[in-house]
Ligand binder design. Structure first.
Ligand code: HEC
Ligand code: HEC
Length: 333
């Protein structure tokens, strides 16, 4: 009996090691594949918490970070059509999409920006820096023009984003970062179902014509637009169904959160299909995705290396595309 004990302990230890190894998350290829592995985790599981503004460094550096936060929250007041500094964007605020100034869990936050950039992105086919990525949002989500990367405004936004990511291990995406990944539906998302969801759960704020409502001074939106001339363009992240659905699930209608969602997964995908079927500004995307096999599953513009239609890449079902791509990858090896 005494002799068997060390042996049994050894076996248990080995098992424990094997189990842990299996648990190690695989490196995510967020720009290539949609994974269904990043499920919402319950509150106890230690979501990343952004640093407190009270801990901001004093002096010039602290002031720059504060100005950056201000620009993220009130972008339009500074840089919108009636902006006090420049007129380079559509009237939306970064914060309309990067909620709570980029600090809300699964609210499209900036937790994993400083830790992950510079990084290679398939959309541009190049290594992207934080300023480049910020300007992507100016040109697409804000349907505007890029900021001078040496100017005070860009330096401030970047300083804020870096400060938010201080403490995150380089190369790591902390829990709750970015946009939630929803499991695929086993059917195509349905814009008609989505219209009903929209009418019941979105329209009261975002309006029947999707144009939202400006504040009284017309300097920013009280309820931002979801389509039409002042909305994000067809090259923006939210124009991909998975980004919109994941954002909506954890954040909309206003007041929803990852642990108190108000939409089923089906409603989230369907309302995404409805909103992204409406008219919006068009950007020249001919230089995007130089390597067509790097396009995300839900990038809706061909040509594609996998043979599926633009329709299916826009609305799904996505699982067959995913499987075909995986088998194509295997064939290459
Ligand atoms: C209309 C919605 C919208 C607006 C407005 C917007 N963004 Fe974004 N932004 C997105 C989406 C969607 C993504 C992609 C997230 C993903 O792929 O998971 C993104 C990604 C980013 C990223 C990269 C995040 C990461 O983890 O890789 C940065 C940085 C960023 N935005 C900064 C900004 C800044 C600064 C502004 C304002 C000047 C802004 N965004 C305005 C929707 C928006
Ligand atoms: C009670 C009002 C309200 C309702 C209802 C509501 N939203 Fe919003 N929505 C907002 C506000 C306010 C923001 C901007 C949040 C901010 O700036 O902090 C927003 C932002 C958004 C954004 C990102 C910004 C943009 O305009 O592109 C999307 C996408 C969105 N909502 C989708 C939806 C969908 C889909 C529904 C219905 C399922 C919905 N919302 C219901 C108030 C609402």
């Amino acid at each position: 009996m005494n002799k068997a004990l060390p042996f049994i302990l050894g076996v248990l230890l080995l098992l424990a090691i094997l189990l842990t190894v299996n648990d190690v998350p695989k490196p995510s290829e967020d720009h290539v594949a949609l994974t269904t592995t990043e499920q919402p985790v319950p509150k106890e599981k230690n979501l990343w918490v952004a640093p407190d503004v009270a801990t901001l460094p004093t002096g010039e550096e602290g002031e720059l970070v504060k100005y950056g936060k201000e620009l993220v929250q009130f972008t339009s007041a500074y840089l919108g059509p009636k902006g006090t500094v420049m007129h380079i964007s559509n009237g939306m605020n970064c914060q309309n999409c990067h909620l709570d100034a980029g600090t809300k869990p699964w609210g499209n936050n900036y937790f994993a920006v400083y830790s992950m950039y510079p990084k290679f992105r398939e959309r541009s086919g190049a290594i992207e820096t934080i300023p480049k990525r910020v300007n992507d949002c100016f040109e697409r989500s804000l349907n505007g023009t890029a900021l001078d990367t040496n100017g005070k405004e860009m330096r401030a936004i970047v300083a804020y984003i870096k400060w938010l990511g201080t403490g995150v291990t380089k190369g790591e995406k902390p829990a709750g970062s970015g946009i939630m990944e929803l499991p695929f539906l086993d059917r195509a998302a349905n814009p008609e179902n989505g219209r009903m969801v929209y009418e019941q759960k979105c329209q009261s704020c975002h309006q029947a014509d999707g144009a939202g409502i400006l504040n009284a001074e017309k300097t920013a939106y009280t309820f931002p637009p979801l389509w039409g001339k002042n909305s994000y363009n067809n090259g923006a992240g939210l124009f991909r169904l998975s980004r919109f659905a994941g954002y909506a699930k954890a954040n909309m209608p206003l007041g929803a959160s990852y642990d108190a969602p108000q939409l089923t997964d089906e409603e989230a995908w369907d309302v995404a299909a409805y909103v992204n079927s409406q008219q919006r500004p068009q950007k020249d995307l001919s230089k995007d995705w130089p390597n067509i096999s790097g396009k995300p599953l839900d990038h809706p513009f061909g040509p594609f290396a996998d043979g599926f239609s633009e329709q299916q890449h826009k609305y799904g079902p996505f699982q067959p595309i995913k499987e075909k791509r995986e088998s194509m990858k295997k064939d290459k090896k």
